[in-house]
Design a protein around this ligand. Structure first.
Ligand SMILES: NC(=O)c1ccc[n+]([C@@H]2O[C@H](COP(=O)([O-])OP(=O)(O)OC[C@H]3O[C@@H](n4cnc5c(N)ncnc54)[C@H](O)[C@@H]3O)[C@@H](O)[C@H]2O)c1
Length: 249
């Protein structure tokens, strides 16, 4: 089954992995809803991508807010008439030593990364069932679902939860023909790592087998594959795209 004329919603679709995935899906002929935190930026990205393929729309969303995610799905239905794939990709990190992390920092990261993924699965899954449709949900986890380090408490906790949400939801939604999978990136060249100091980046590079950080295209290609019928045997599973990083524990 091809992805042509399917509809994908991409949260965090305005930058990094989300944006490159939008380009990849458009090349497959998929209709893409760019879901970003800012109306202006989402529209600008949608317009840029629209020059590649006009099957692109945008919506403002805060994935940590249930009603906002409901609105994102309603707006997608208004724009394209149906839904098929959700790429639950939005994420943030607040890197501070454990004792300097405030409760607010912790809850913010959990709110976007963990609760945001729950919201997406819950609302999108229920809507697919209501529409009597099959579909696929792809969650962005991280190597931090399996390994952690100083300053990573909130982020790693949230990503471990994304892996377990993926496994759990897959079991509950399988009877309805809905597949729930995840992608687990290593360290990727996106705005998320732009604040890292050179020394930290060197250390992280060296944790990959080929001593390089990865490019967002390498994640996007796997995301597109996971959305395809050819990946129908992969369910409840986070596929790590990390050049072996998690093996270097
Ligand atoms: N870059 C890496 O090294 C790396 C590694 C592993 C996992 N990841 C994960 O990949 C995903 C994409 O990150 P990226 O690397 O492309 O970085 P990025 O910062 O370019 O993308 C993150 C996107 O999430 C959006 N976002 C943040 N809060 C949001 C909210 N409340 N509602 C909706 N959107 C929100 C941002 O606006 C941004 O577009 C994230 O889940 C991140 O945790 C990244």
């Amino acid at each position: 089954m091809s992805l042509k004329d399917k509809v994908v919603i991409i949260t965090g679709g305005t930058s990094g992995i989300g944006r490159v995935s939008a380009e990849r899906f458009l090349k497959e002929g998929t209709k893409v809803m760019i879901a970003g935190t800012g109306e202006e930026k989402s529209r600008a990205v949608a317009e840029e991508l629209g020059t590649i393929n006009e099957n692109v729309s945008y919506v403002k969303v805060d994935v940590s807010n249930y009603k906002s995610v409901e609105n994102m799905i309603e707006k997608t239905l208004e724009a394209f008439g149906t839904i098929d794939i959700l790429f639950n990709n939005a994420g943030i990190t607040i890197n501070k030593p454990f004792l300097e992390q405030t409760e607010e920092d912790y809850l913010k990261v959990i709110g976007v990364n963990q609760h945001g993924v729950f919201n997406g699965i819950h609302i999108f899954g229920k809507k697919l069932i209501e529409l009597n449709k099959k579909g696929t949900i792809i969650n962005t986890a991280s190597i931090a679902a399996r390994i952690t380090g100083p300053t990573m408490m909130g982020y790693a906790t949230s990503k471990a939860a994304v892996e377990m949400l993926t496994k759990s939801a897959a079991m509950d939604l399988a009877p309805y023909g809905i597949r729930v999978v995840g992608v687990g990136p290593g360290v990727i060249n996106t705005p998320m790592i732009s604040e890292l100091k050179a020394q930290a980046l060197d250390y992280l590079k060296n944790m990959h087998a080929r001593k390089e950080i990865l490019e967002p295209e390498q994640i996007a290609d796997v995301v597109v594959f996971l959305a395809k019928e050819e990946a129908s045997g992969i369910n409840g599973q986070v596929v790590f795209v990390d050049d072996g990083y998690i093996n270097f524990k």
